[in-house]
Design a protein. Structure first.
Length: 204
C-alpha cells in the first residue's frame, strides 16, 4: 500500500511540474474541472485545486514553451472503493499544438522520474484510441517503481486536444503486492473517461 501511495504522490508532483513547462487566459469552448466522480468508480479525495497553484516562476516557464496560451491548472486525487488510486492533473486554455503538448508532458514526467532514480520507464509511449475518445492524441507510458516494499507498475497517460491537456497516473495497491499493475490499454480507457467527465463546455 505504501509503495502505491508513494508512486502516486511522486508522479502527482511531477505531473504538475510538467505543466510548468508549457506556455502561460482562457480560450476555446471547453475547460477542465475536478468532478466528485470520474470514470464511474473513482471518487475525489478532498477538494480539487485550481490555477492558484501555478507559481509566478511556473508562469514564466509557461511562456517559454508556448504550447498553452494562458493556462488554467486543475488537479485532484481519486480513489475507488477497492483502494485503486488515480491522480489527475490538467491544464486548459488555447492549446496551440496538442500532440506536442502531450509528448512534452509525458516526456518530462518520465525523464524526471528516471533522473531521480525513482522509477524506470518500460518500453516506449504507446498511442491509443479508446472507444468514444475524440481528442487529438492519447498516449500511455508504463513506469516501474521499486522500493524496500517491492515493485509495482503505474501507467501514466496523457491526452491532448485544442482546449485541454490532461495527465492521469494510476496505482493499484492490490496489484502492487503481486508485483503487477494495470495494463496500458485499461489505463487509456480510464483516461478517456476521465477526460469525458472533467472536460466541460464553457458557458457563454
Amino acid at each position: 500500500m505504501g509503495l502505491a501511495v508513494g508512486a502516486v504522490v511522486v508522479v502527482a508532483a511531477l505531473g504538475a511540474g510538467a505543466f510548468a513547462l508549457f506556455g502561460g487566459g482562457s480560450g476555446g469552448p471547453y475547460k477542465l474541472t475536478t468532478p466528485e466522480t470520474v470514470a464511474a468508480d473513482y471518487e475525489r479525495q478532498g477538494s480539487g485545486t485550481d490555477d492558484s497553484d501555478l507559481s509566478a516562476a511556473g508562469r514564466k516557464d509557461l511562456q517559454q514553451v508556448p504550447v498553452v496560451k494562458d493556462p488554467h491548472l486543475v488537479a485532484a486525487d481519486y480513489q475507488t472503493s477497492g483502494k485503486e488510486m488515480l491522480k489527475f492533473t490538467g491544464v486548459w486554455g488555447e492549446v496551440t499544438d496538442p500532440e506536442r503538448g502531450a509528448d512534452l508532458a509525458l516526456a518530462v514526467i518520465v525523464k524526471t522520474l528516471q533522473d531521480n532514480g525513482t522509477a524506470q520507464a518500460k518500453g516506449s509511449p504507446r498511442t491509443f484510441s479508446p472507444d468514444g475518445f475524440d481528442g487529438d492524441v492519447l498516449k500511455c507510458q508504463s513506469m516501474k517503481f521499486t522500493s524496500d516494499q517491492g515493485s509495482m507498475e503505474a501507467p501514466a497517460c496523457v491526452w491532448g486536444d485544442k482546449d485541454t491537456l490532461g495527465v492521469t497516473v494510476m496505482a493499484d495497491p492490490a496489484a502492487a503486492v503481486l508485483g503487477g499493475g494495470m495494463s496500458l490499454e485499461d489505463a487509456a480507457g480510464i483516461t478517456a473517461k476521465v477526460r469525458e467527465d472533467a472536460r466541460v463546455e464553457i458557458d457563454g
